[in-house]
Ligand binder design. Structure first.
Ligand code: KG4
Ligand code: ZN
Length: 361
């Protein structure tokens, strides 16, 4: 690398309006600013992200968030070398808001505009936070995504498998809803599970007997619903301990599937990765993390989980993916289209279903 690169990143593909400035200098990458404005309160009453509300909120807030990111970084637009923007996959209205703003800024300043795949942002984050080398294995587990990616280069991703229906975060959120726990469901179910008996209820582990590392989580919530209803039919309601035990049984089933499929993904790779990295909100779960660490240790591969604020949606990962693309000499162009679906690995078969936060590409 012959010179410092400073990129502005813009992310608006789901329910976070985000902008960040990342610089790559001689000493390595540095996040100069990262602003994330969530929309949880706007969507709370609807039990999921409403695309129209998300798009309008992004359109209204993006300018301000970009200004704050530049101010926090102490960098003027004139000092930026390029703009990276999420061009998909995601809720198209929000993606378009970001792309239009980025196009306008880039044209006005005469800057390169780099379209970034949101999933590539997540997948390349371990290089921003820990400087790891290619190739590595990435498990992306959030409310909208669940897939194993073999990351061999800035634009070389192989999807080894993923969920064929719900993402695990979605399953945690639905479980919380069924049991009357607050949203987001992950942290509340985890807290209950810590006080429960994971052996009392046995929930299904679908697709474990099937080859490969595809996963399914939608049957789990049906099983949980049945177990809850059986308790209600039997005793007229569920006790605090019943709820804890249900959460513990659910969580261990998710962890078990993720762990077994991770072991399989590592075996399928056919080559030794520099690390097993995780990203996404579900990676915050201590029980899941512990099981993944055990799998990693068993395979003799270092385990890596970037800090949570960089595991969940943010724009620093988009700016960084833009830097990676520029550095790798990948072409950039202004005539790209925003894509609601955009698989990282175009050769992998399409995943079924659509997550509550948009398409699972
Ligand atoms: O990555 P993220 O912030 O957003 C996207 O989905 O893009 O992930 C949010 C998801 C939610 O479904 C939330 O319930 C889940 O991650 N989550 C957790 C935990 N913390 C957040 N799931 C399990 N255990 C947790 N501690
Ligand atoms: Zn994401």
């Amino acid at each position: 690398m012959d010179r410092t690169l400073t990129l502005l990143g813009i992310e608006s593909s789901c329910d976070d309006t985000a902008a960040a400035v990342v610089r790559l200098g001689q000493a390595g990458p540095e996040i100069l600013s990262s602003q994330v404005l969530g929309q949880t309160a706007l969507h709370e009453a609807f039990g999921g992200v409403v695309p129209e509300i998300a798009a309008r909120a992004h359109a209204e807030r993006l300018d301000g968030v970009v200004e704050e990111a530049l101010a926090e970084a102490g960098v003027a637009l004139e000092q930026i070398d390029g703009i990276a923007v999420t061009a998909g996959p995601g809720l198209i209205g929000g993606v378009l808001s970001g792309v239009m703003l980025a196009r306008g800024l880039a044209a006005a300043q005469g800057l390169p505009l780099v379209p970034v795949n949101h999933l590539a942002g997540h997948a390349l984050t371990p290089r921003l936070t820990d400087g790891i080398s290619f190739p590595y294995m990435m498990l992306l587990v959030s409310g909208g995504h669940c897939q194993f990616l073999w990351v061999a280069g800035a634009n070389r991703f192989r999807r080894l498998g993923g969920t064929i229906d719900d993402a695990p975060g979605e399953a945690f959120d639905k479980t919380a809803k069924l049991l009357g726990l607050p949203q987001p469901g992950g942290p509340s179910v985890e807290a209950e599970a810590a006080l429960g008996d994971a052996g009392r209820f046995h929930f299904p582990r679908p697709l474990l007997d099937r080859e490969g590392c595809d996963m399914s989580f939608s049957g789990l919530k049906t099983a949980l619903l049945r177990a809850r209803d059986a308790l209600v039919a039997e005793k007229g309601g569920i006790t605090v301990q019943d709820r804890r035990d249900l959460c513990a049984g659910f969580q261990v089933a998710v962890a078990d599937v993720l762990a077994k499929k991770t072991a399989r993904a590592l075996a399928m790779a056919g080559e030794r990765p520099t690390a097993l990295a995780v990203a996404g909100g579900v990676a915050a779960n201590k029980a899941i993390r512990a099981m993944l660490e055990t799998v990693s240790a068993g395979a003799g591969v270092p385990f890596l989980a970037p800090p949570l604020r960089l595991c969940t949606d943010n724009a620093a990962m988009i700016a960084w993916a833009g830097i990676e693309r520029l550095r790798a000499g990948l072409s950039y162009t202004t005539d790209f289209v925003a894509r609601p679906r955009w698989p990282l690995d175009e050769t992998a078969p399409a995943l079924l279903g659509s997550g509550k936060k948009g398409a699972k590409a």
